[in-house]
Ligand binder design. Structure first.
Ligand code: TRH
Length: 385
């Protein structure tokens, strides 16, 4: 750590789920560890971070982990200095008194709004744009994650792809992982599928489709929505013994990476697990956060267009068919088996597994040569502002 490192204050407010905190924590840890900044992560609710990092004790207002000071946003907010760099994630607005203190500082802090990830075209045009504050002598800049060089890139720790490759080429490490999480090692040739989705995903339809698979299938679900649906399915489908339903505890964030690395197909959701699945270099299916106005279909199509661009037409169609079937929310019409097309789409996807696995590795390699988001943000803040 340089003698007098710059102070970064990163603010995050928990809306719902884990992703906002997951992204904010990852950024904070990387800016501290890999760029030597003095980082403080402000959260209004510490219970979510404690799920991702069990070392965190939600009872403490201030604690340190991995070189990051984790502080609670208390009401009324107690000002304790202002950062040289201020990052608000997903438009969460730092406390008013803090913003006034930013404006009062002689050397104005550099203020960043880290936006949500999208593969849509318009992101490039909005990335790094300034937004002068209408009433205070402050300028905020928008920083957009993304999949192209004209965006802020993706969160990726320095050692991530090296650790992934070491794990995926070490059968012993994988066996140790499975024993520690499940208490057993999947049989040779079993298709290992991890499930992390929102409510409404046709989980039972997928279990039925897996039951038609020619070999053993392990369906692994961290406790939550998928695990509950699978347990219900298991009750009325005891006979289908080629399927092993494996419910595991919610894993610490870095262990969840290993689950993604150890599986053959990963069903992921939201933003952070979506990106981690891409770094895992394995075929994956994205359950996008559904928006009432259906805007999520545009986001899904934008990413699919980029992701399948390098794929032969039949393979691209197979990926698209499964992703669309998985994101269809309507329950199957009464008396019908499952979400229309899911079983066929799943069979078509699995039948192309080898090709899709090669593609998944080339996709993560393609993204992996670009600067990661934390490095791009530090560079932007240090050299462009
Ligand atoms: O929890 P999410 O659904 O969060 C999302 C995102 O914030 C998204 O931007 C927002 O629009 C939406 O909520 C409302 O999904 P996400 O982003 O994948 O975050 C989940 C985190 O949980 C990710 O870091 C992986 C982690 N995780 C574990 O650490 N252990 C586990 O066992 C599992 C299943 C997940």
């Amino acid at each position: 750590m340089p003698t007098n490192p710059e102070r970064w204050d990163i603010f995050c407010r928990v809306v719902d789920n884990f992703g906002d905190v997951a992204v904010s924590w990852r950024l904070a840890r990387q800016v501290a560890r890999e760029h030597g900044k003095d980082v403080r992560l402000w959260l209004d609710d510490l219970t979510v971070l404690a799920k991702l990092r069990p070392e965190i004790d939600p009872a403490y207002d201030l604690q340190r982990l991995d070189g990051v000071q984790v502080a609670r946003i208390r009401q009324p907010f107690e000002l304790d200095g202002v950062g040289d760099v201020v990052v608000e994630t997903f438009g969460c607005d730092p406390p008013e008194s803090y913003v006034l203190a930013m404006a009062a500082r002689e050397k104005k802090p550099r203020w960043i709004n880290l936006e949500y990830l999208s593969a849509e075209e318009w992101v490039e045009g909005s990335h790094a744009l300034p937004s002068p504050n209408p009433r205070l002598p402050l300028v905020k800049h928008f920083f957009f994650p993304g999949f192209t060089p004209k965006t802020g890139g993706l969160l990726r720790e320095e050692s991530l792809l090296r650790r992934r490759d070491e794990f995926q080429s070490d059968a012993g490490a994988q066996a140790a992982f499975w024993k520690s999480v499940v208490g057993a090692v999947p049989p040779e040739g079993a298709l290992k599928v991890s499930l992390f989705n929102y409510a409404g995903a046709p989980v039972e339809g997928l279990a039925r489709a897996c039951a038609l698979h020619h070999g053993p299938v392990w369906l692994i679900a961290p406790e939550g929505i998928a695990a509950t649906a699978l347990a219900a399915w298991r009750v009325s489908n005891r006979a289908r013994d080629s399927i092993k339903i494996v419910v595991v505890p919610f894993l610490a964030q870095d262990r969840y990476d290993q689950l993604l690395w150890a599986c053959d197909v990963n069903f992921v959701r939201g933003e952070d697990s979506f990106v981690r699945a891409q770094w895992a270099g394995r075929p994956f299916v994205w359950h996008i956060y559904p928006q009432d106005d259906g805007a999520h279909w545009v986001k899904l199509a934008a990413f699919l267009a980029r992701y399948t661009a390098g794929l032969e037409r039949g393979h691209a169609a197979a990926v698209t068919a499964l992703w669309e079937a998985w994101n269809r929310r309507e329950a199957p019409p009464p008396g019908e088996e499952s979400t229309p097309g899911l079983a066929e789409a799943w069979a078509g996807f699995v039948a192309r597994w080898e090709m899709l696995d090669v593609h998944a590795k080339s996709w993560s390699a393609q993204l992996g040569v670009r600067p990661d988001l934390a490095a791009a943000l530090v560079d932007f803040v240090d050299n462009a502002l």
